[in-house]
Design a protein around this ligand. Structure first.
Ligand SMILES: *[C@@H]1O[C@H](CO)[C@@H](O)[C@H](O)[C@H]1NC(C)=O
Ligand SMILES: *[C@@H]1O[C@H](CO)[C@@H](O)[C@H](O)[C@H]1NC(C)=O
Length: 331
């Protein structure tokens, strides 16, 4: 019902705008109708609600809300490593969020940044390193608990998935760009480990990544990640650009993008969840998406007070850097 209401508003707005722009009712009608047909023909229906439920509300969360370790728990162990996955499981996480990246020889591995500098004792872009070179690096080198986790390696996607299945953790695959490579690498994983259909979700800030994933395999549970004002502002709210002109344009694009996320893209991609930056989440916001059959997951929730709010009031899943203590948020 609501979906139809949304669409009516959307297509009426398009019709009015085009008509104002072209002063042609025929032109506006044709364009609006074509857009509608495009939307109906090219959208992916969401996966069945019971499948999405198994992924987003796993049984392991019995009595509480699902808790997902960000980068497998970057505060409690070296991020995106097998040790972090085991540590997250031991500390009661129901899932982990893992960042997909690729080596120079095209092997899917876990790494958040474009370079290995921040987390390992190596340097340079990860896509310039062969897997063999990457494997020689120490993935715990820059972590505050490096002594406890010494000798940890950068894992391949395959190893990480195997470990998560063993630990019965839900996986949130975070994908940045490299649309085609990511979709086919993940599809390979789903073929190798069909249990992933019931225990993982592919997430991205980029709608085209999600669209491509569902085109490659429509049975995969997906989510759009979103932070309003992400094009014009950094996560701490400071403007990205020094020129006021480009700041203005990126701000305008942000308004359009935010509108598209809430009215169009979720439907076109058929996502089952929205991963939203915490400052923009309220009970009303959760309700907005509940009416559309979409779950909200908050990030990054790093203090006890916030966690209690999610647990007791919002009653939705959250992503956190630590299962053990308060810490500064990483985004
Ligand atoms: C990084 O640390 C590993 C393990 O201690 C070591 O074998 C390797 O040589 C180091 N690499 C660099 C570039 O320092
Ligand atoms: C997912 O779980 C359902 C319900 O337990 C089961 O029927 C189905 O076979 C599972 N799918 C896969 C791919 O394991």
């Amino acid at each position: 019902m609501l979906q139809i209401g949304d669409e009516l508003v959307y297509f009426s707005a398009v019709f009015l705008l085009v008509m104002l722009g072209t002063r042609s009712a025929t032109g506006a009608s044709i364009l609006t109708a074509s857009l509608y047909v495009f939307m109906v023909m090219f959208r992916f229906p969401p996966v069945p609600a019971d499948q999405a439920g198994r992924v987003l509300r796993p049984k392991a969360a019995a009595g509480g809300v699902p808790v997902v370790a960000h980068r497998a728990g970057s505060h409690d162990a070296p991020e995106n490593t097998l040790a972090a996955i085991r540590e997250a499981s031991r500390n009661g996480a129901t899932g982990v969020e893992l960042d997909l990246s690729f080596t120079a020889d095209g092997v899917p591995v876990l790494m958040h940044d474009e370079t290995v500098d921040r987390t390992t004792n190596g340097s340079g872009p990860i896509n310039k390193l062969q897997l063999a070179q990457l494997r020689r690096l120490d993935a715990s080198a820059r972590h505050r608990l490096k002594d406890k986790f010494s000798g940890e390696k950068v894992p391949t996607l395959h190893e990480a998935v195997g470990e998560c299945i063993k630990q019965q953790l839900t996986i949130f695959f975070a994908v940045k760009g490299q649309t085609d490579k990511a979709a086919s690498a993940l599809h390979e994983m789903y073929k190798k480990f069909p249990a992933l259909y019931n225990s993982s979700v592919v997430c991205s800030f980029e709608p085209k990544v999600i669209y491509k994933m569902r085109q490659t395999d429509p049975k995969v549970v997906t989510a759009l990640t979103h932070r309003p004002w992400s094009l014009s502002r950094f996560s701490d709210g400071t403007p990205r650009s020094l020129s006021s002109w480009s700041q203005f344009w990126s701000g305008l694009l942000d308004v359009l993008l935010d509108w598209a996320h809430h009215h169009l893209l979720w439907n076109l991609c058929g996502v089952s969840a929205i991963l939203m930056q915490k400052d923009f989440i309220s009970l009303d916001y959760v309700q907005y998406w509940a009416e559309r059959g979409v779950e909200v997951v908050g990030w990054t929730i790093n203090t006890v007070v916030e966690k209690e709010y999610y647990q007791n009031l919002l009653k939705i899943s959250y992503i956190t850097d630590s299962l053990l203590e308060d810490c500064d948020p990483r985004y």
